[in-house]
Every structure is written in C-alpha cells, then in structure tokens.
Design a protein around this ligand. Structure first.
Ligand SMILES: [Zn+2]
Length: 377
C-alpha cells in the first residue's frame, strides 16, 4: 500500500531514481526486478492486504511476508492458518498446509522465520515475542516533557486536536506532518529540549525506526533462501526463528520455538461430532458439559459471524432466534467447520473467561469419512 518516500532510495536498491518518489512501491519494485532478471514474472498489487479475499491467498503455494506491523502479520497468519485442516488424529493434512516465510528488520536488528502451520509455531503461538509498544503517559506530554519525542507526541496527540477540532490527523499527508513538526519545535524551545527534526517527527508519529540497507539485505537473503528450500526441497529449512543483530559486530542465532498446542489460530481445537439436527441451544448446553471445554454462558462465532452472543443485550436480542436453528444450517451445511466459543470457566472456584476452538463435524454428511479414518478417502 506504500508509496515511495524521498528517503526510500537510500535503503532500497530497487528505488534508485528520484523520479520514483510518490509512485506505489509494489509497482516500481516489480518493474525494476523484471528489468534486471529476464524470465521473471511479477504481478504487483497496490492495495491493502485485507482487500484480497481468501481465494486470492489460497492460490499461492507459499506466502513470503515483508510486513511492517504486528497487526498485518497477525492478519496474514490467520488467513494462511485458516486453510489448515486436521484429520481425526489431530494431525495436519499436508495438502492444506500453506507455508509462510516472515522477515522483519528494525535498525541494525532483524529476524527471519519459517512458519509451517500445524508443524511449527504460527505467528500467534509466539505473539508474546513482541514487547508492548511504548506509549507515553499523557500527563508527561502535557506537563513535563523531557525528550524530543515527548514534544512531538504532544503536538501530534494533544495540540492537533485542540487546533483542528474534528479533523483527523493523516500521517501520510506532508502538510499535517509539517504542522506537527513546527508545533513540536515550538514546544521543544519552550522547555529547552534539543533534537526535534522533521525525520524524527516522522519516525515518532509513524513509529518508524530508520531502515539500514545491510540489515534489509541480510534478512531478505535469509528469507529468499528459506523460500527456495521450501519450494525445491533442496535442504532442511531453518528451525525456526533466526535473529540477526548487527549493533556491535554481527550475531546470528537460530532458536527453535515450540507450538502452543492450544493456539486458537493454528491448533486443531476440540473435535465434536454432531447430528445435523442439533440446534445451537443444544450445542451451547453440550459445550457446558463437555469435559474438555466446560464453558458456561457461551457465545458462538463462525467465520467471524456471530451465531449467538450472550452480551451486550442488543446483540443477544439480534442473535436469539438462531438458538432454535440447527447449527448445520447456521454453518451453511458444510460437512465440517471451525467455530469459536467464548464463555466462562471456573478454575479452583475462580471464574475466568475463556475462548475455545471447536472443530464441528456433522454425522452422515459427505466428508465425514475423512474424520473417521485418519487421512483416508
Ligand atoms: Zn499458532
């Protein structure tokens, strides 16, 4: 979705010309690679990753990520894992595995990892690897700024709203950025704080850490190599998380992370077989009694759609009619599918909320044979 910024040519060999500034990165990158390598065919897509439907992603044999946020990674990870199916013994069906190679850099540090859904940890299994993003307390920004970043965030988060009531700040609008920069400079002068520059303003507001060409080259090379290994089978892939640190000297380490067996995104979930006549209400009662689930006051979603919600009252009312419908009909008569159930559990007398992933298979419907005989049919 990005367009080429004036600072990009320094760190990206594909955007070498100033005339590229303002053009979509995807289109220029595709053009430059095809110019350089004959026989290579690249189709650029200039849009949000969420704009493509599941069929688009399902067409690929492998997905290589060069994303810049946790949210975007989470999204693609969920998409790739949604194709994953398990057999009756909770083993992933090989033909439904969509491998991913993920790379990322931050200044002199970077990582490359291989995600084979159902085999290696998915992005969500190890989401704890990402530290929470630094946010400054508003009172510090408003009263006791101590750093250039504090002054920038003051202009960005507080002053902007005071002056432009109702107008949303657009980080991609140079005029907006310039306004924040000017205000931040005034703020810094008032408190005698040095270091506010336009590029720092961009960095703080957009949460950008300057990219380093060598780090990008090393990480993208690692990703390309892992991709080659997966598509050709020429060697074992790295298992499964490589970190690179070039801050002082060069340090490269591979750590093997393990899967979270209960992961709601890539895990098998609990398999439940139902009659096609089973109503949603009966299913909710069953979830409460099931020894592996024991969730009371359950809300149920299927493919992001609310089938039944206990709260808030307005949603409860909207979904109440579904309780007497059969789950089979509500799941559009598929032989099997995954539903997410949210409810309360009690552990040692303490009530906590929990989410469970359930693989529902309907008895006597085509496809059920797969569930009965592992890997059969
Ligand atoms: Zn996972």
């Amino acid at each position: 979705m990005d367009r080429i910024d004036v600072t990009n040519p320094i760190v990206n060999f594909l955007f070498s010309l100033l005339e590229d500034v303002g053009k979509p990165k995807a289109e220029v990158a595709a053009k430059r690679v095809m110019e350089r390598l004959s026989g290579v065919n690249i189709v650029p897509h200039f849009c949000r990753i969420e704009d493509k439907d599941l069929d688009f992603y399902n067409d690929f044999n492998i997905i290589v990520l060069g994303l810049d946020s946790v949210e975007a990674r989470s999204y693609i990870n969920a998409v790739a894992c949604s194709f994953l199916e398990y057999d009756a013994n909770d083993n992933p069906k090989e033909e439904t595995i969509k491998p991913m190679v993920d790379g990322g850099t931050e200044g002199f540090k970077g990582h490359a990892r291989v995600i084979i859904p159902g085999v290696t940890p998915c992005f969500e299994c190890t989401i704890w690897l990402f530290p929470p993003q630094v946010k400054f307390p508003l009172c510090t920004l408003a009263e006791t700024p101590r750093t250039a970043a504090h002054c920038i965030e003051y202009a960005h988060l507080i002053k902007w709203d005071e002056v432009h009531s109702g107008k949303t700040f657009d980080p991609d609008n140079p005029e907006h950025m310039q306004w924040v920069y000017t205000e931040a400079v005034k703020r810094a002068e008032l408190f005698g704080i040095p270091g506010v520059t336009y590029s720092l303003t961009q960095g703080v507001v957009k949460n950008i850490i300057p990219a380093i060409a060598s780090t990008n080259a090393i990480i993208s090379a690692a990703c390309a190599l892992e991709t080659l290994k997966i598509v050709s089978g020429c060697s074992k892939t790295l298992s499964n998380y490589m970190t690179y640190n070039g801050v002082e000297g060069v340090h490269i380490k591979v750590t093997e992370f393990v899967r979270d067996k209960d992961c709601l995104v890539c895990g098998p979930g609990v398999l439940i077989e139902l009659d096609t006549s089973c109503t949603l209400q009966k299913f909710i009662d069953m979830v409460k009694e099931h020894p592996k689930l024991q969730l009371s006051k359950a809300s149920v979603t299927y493919q992001g759609k609310n089938l039944y919600m206990q709260a808030p009252p307005v949603l409860e009312e909207m979904t109440r009619a579904n309780l007497t419908e059969s789950l089979f009909d509500l799941m559009r008569r598929v032989p099997s599918g995954t539903v997410h159930v949210t409810g309360t559990t009690s552990e040692n007398g303490k009530k906590t909320s929990g989410v469970r992933k359930l693989r529902v298979a309907f008895k006597g419907v085509d496809g059920i044979a797969d569930m009965d005989t592992a890997g059969g049919a």
